[in-house]
Structure formats: structure tokens, C-alpha cells
Write a protein of this length. Structure first.
Length: 142
């Protein structure tokens, strides 16, 4: 669990104190993704996802963010539309989104590497989805 998922944000703060001062400090707003579509219900091979973790951080994290936490300049891969999940080979190897800035990685990755990266991202999409669902306000009984 990252601090982001555990506490709702990963922001640090520096406090300066003054003797005799009294200041209320507001909690930081949550940064847990709230607009996540439900990821595909697929069984995830944990060994494949672990391999994908390494490959993702070697080839993808520089743009898409460490631990899949995008800065917002490029898509957060945990929150892509449903149809993207079926197009990983075409996008990552075939360059289907080259016009949008996503270059082909066919010179660096093989098809099974892409499957491993997808498994890692899907695993983390489920973690984010579950965190979002857990953070939803509970309906009060009448």
C-alpha cells in the first residue's frame, strides 16, 4: 500500500511554530482517483504482474508515473476507458496512439512483456477501484 492509497494523499507539509500561537490546520484533500471506470474482471497472474512491475518502471514510469501515479500530463493508466484494455499490443507495440504522443516500444518490448505490464496495471487498477469503493460514503439506514 502506498501512502496515497492508505491515507488518501501523499503530500508533505512543513510546519513552523510560534510560541503562544493557535492555528487550526485543515486536513489535506484526498487524491484518490474518483472517476475510475470499473476495470475488467479478469484473473490476474501475480507472478506476471510482478514481472510487469519491473518492466513498467523500466520503460513506462518516466511518462506515466512511478507506481502508476500520473502527474496528469499523460493518462493515468488505471483509469483508461474499457476498450483500451483489449488494445495494449496495438498501442504499445504497434504505435496505434503515436499521433497522441504514445510511441511504439516494439524495439524494446516483446508481446509477453506487454502482457506482463498490462497485468501489473490491471492489478493496480483493481487496487485503486477497491480504494475508491471503500472511500464512498456509506448510505445511512432509514
Amino acid at each position: 500500500q502506498t501512502a496515497m492509497l492508505k491515507y488518501g494523499n501523499n503530500q508533505g507539509r512543513i510546519f513552523a511554530f510560534k510560541i503562544g500561537a493557535n492555528q487550526k490546520i485543515a486536513a489535506l484533500p484526498s487524491e484518490v482517483l474518483t472517476d475510475l471506470p470499473k476495470p475488467p474482471d479478469e484473473k490476474i497472474d501475480t507472478a506476471m504482474a510482478a514481472k510487469g512491475f519491473d518492466l513498467y518502471h523500466r520503460h513506462c514510469a518516466v511518462c506515466h508515473g512511478v507506481l502508476l501515479q500520473s502527474s496528469g500530463a499523460v493518462p493515468d493508466l488505471r483509469s483508461v476507458p474499457g476498450e483500451i484494455w483489449a488494445q495494449y499490443d496495438e498501442i504499445v507495440l504497434g504505435g496505434a496512439l503515436a499521433d497522441a504522443g504514445m510511441a511504439s516500444f516494439k524495439d524494446l518490448l516483446k508481446k509477453d512483456d506487454v502482457a506482463a505490464i498490462r497485468a501489473y496495471i490491471l492489478e493496480q487498477a483493481h487496487v485503486a477501484w477497491n480504494a475508491k469503493e471503500k472511500a464512498k460514503p456509506k448510505a445511512k439506514p432509514h
